[in-house]
Design a protein around this ligand. Structure first.
Ligand code: SAM
Length: 203
């Protein structure tokens, strides 16, 4: 669907989700005060521009590594032809918020959409993205400005396991993984400011 319509749905579903408060209280509850869980979210138009640059194709699978309340995961499912859109999030309270929004999407919005949207799978998984199998992914997004260097190094190794032709959009850092062919940099607006998004293709 058009990004304007997707944004309308998205804004309605997320209007009352206190993402920053949830992130703050979850970090406290889990004793995770390090930088890696610093919160921040995509803005629909900017996310759409960046993702369009890796040309998602019909039936492909999207992953958001560190999905927060699920904004990128849901928008990917609405505005691009992915058959499956998966978010992985470390802080369970953020994953719960994403699943609540998905519940409202399924009950209030999905039934009124065209048949192609009835089939699309949207899932939110809890835990560390480094522990998940990403081999099914065609497009991987990570808004990881605050991910520590150690995590970025491990993620670079993991992304080398993607299938040839898969694309990666990494906001905030670059990889020096030989298997990832650098495509271009883009400036992406987020809800906290602007960041550089590095685009790659698995060679
Ligand atoms: C900047 S937020 C991005 C949220 C969402 N992707 C967006 O762009 O709207 C980064 C998220 O990654 C999560 N995170 C950090 N390290 C993680 C890890 N190893 N595994 C899963 N999630 C992680 C944080 O808790 C946080 O919610």
């Amino acid at each position: 669907m058009e990004i304007a319509r997707a944004t309308e749905i998205f804004d309605r579903l997320y209007a009352d989700v206190p993402a920053y408060e949830i992130a703050q209280s979850e970090k406290k509850r889990m004793g995770m005060q390090d930088l890696s869980t610093t919160y921040g979210e995509i803005l629909p138009q900017a996310f759409h521009e960046v993702l369009s640059a890796v040309s998602p194709r019909e039936g492909e699978v999207f992953f958001d590594l560190g999905s927060g309340t699920g904004k990128a995961t849901l928008l990917a499912a609405l505005a691009f032809p992915f058959s499956r859109s998966v978010g992985i999030e470390l802080l369970p309270g953020l994953g719960d918020a994403a699943r609540q929004v998905l519940g409202r999407f399924d009950a209030e919005v999905r039934p009124g959409l065209s048949p192609e949207y009835q089939q699309r799978k949207i899932e939110y998984l809890d835990g560390d993205f480094l522990r998940y199998d990403l081999s099914e992914a065609d497009v991987v997004f990570a808004h990881g400005t605050c991910y520590p260097h150690e995590v970025i190094g491990q993620l670079g190794v993991k992304l080398a396991e993607l299938r040839p032709g898969s694309r990666v959009v990494f906001v905030g850092h670059t990889f020096d993984t030989p298997e990832l062919k650098f495509l271009r940099m883009m400036l992406m607006k987020t809800d906290w400011g602007s960041a550089l998004a590095a685009l790659y293709e698995r060679a």
